[in-house]
Design a protein around this ligand. Structure first.
Ligand SMILES: [Zn+2]
Length: 218
């Protein structure tokens, strides 16, 4: 069963409360059950500050990013969300944030290597950096799809980060974890350099990640 409007709204509120987004930056969506075989998604509206948002402001769209009903304007990053859903059948939700440390890592253009166990267990490994794409463009969407691979998070160069999950809870947890590991990486680099996990640990944790989240890929 897919997440509901209330689930998405609660997650959006939490994104705002945790400081992962500011004013109307960033966005989130969930995959809804298809209608007569056609894709349906529920996504945050464009330009509306989170503090003013109500559950009814979330916009239901089809695969062409056209609103299915109502007059809401879907997020300007809707193409990014739809591209991730199409490339990742396991994704039931997408979260895109401009959180501070993740955005700083994205601005540096440097990936976050696997430096803590949780990264491999819950994100699938390193957080790679997608090549630059103009906000809202198909190029940005394609770059994110390419860079995220089978993992759960990716940095968008000079922009922010994006995470996917089976549910909106999982996608939000992944976004929070990326922000935390971006902080850890930055501090470790200041403190003399971050050390990458032992190869055997990465291998075992990757296997656990795939078994848990992508059992069909094995
Ligand atoms: Zn953005």
């Amino acid at each position: 069963m897919s997440d509901t409007r209330d689930d998405l709204f609660a997650a959006v509120r939490e994104m705002d409360r945790r400081g992962l987004v500011s004013r109307s930056s960033g966005n989130a969506s969930v995959r809804l059950d298809p209608v007569e075989g056609a894709e349906r998604y529920l996504i945050t509206p464009a330009f509306l500050p989170y503090s003013q948002m109500e559950p009814s402001d979330l916009v239901e769209i089809d695969g062409d990013i056209d609103p299915v009903d109502g007059e809401g304007i879907p997020s300007t990053e809707s193409a990014l969300h739809v591209a991730l859903y199409r490339s990742r059948p396991d994704a039931g939700a997408v979260v895109h944030t401009h959180s501070l440390y993740s955005s700083a890592a994205a601005a540096s253009g440097r990936r976050i290597p696997p430096i803590v166990d949780e990264m491999v267990l819950y994100l699938g490994g390193a957080v790679e950096v997608a090549r630059y794409g103009f906000p809202g463009s198909e190029e940005l969407a394609a770059a994110a799809v390419e860079a995220i691979g089978d993992r759960r998070a990716v940095l968008l160069r000079n922009h922010g980060m994006c995470a996917v999950g089976g549910t909106i809870r999982e996608a939000l947890d992944a976004a929070v974890l990326v922000e935390r590991v971006a902080q850890i990486h930055a501090l470790a680099e200041i403190g003399g350099g971050a050390a990458i996990l032992p190869a055997e640990a990465i291998e075992a944790e990757r296997a656990a990640y795939l078994m848990r989240y992508l059992p069909d890929s094995r």
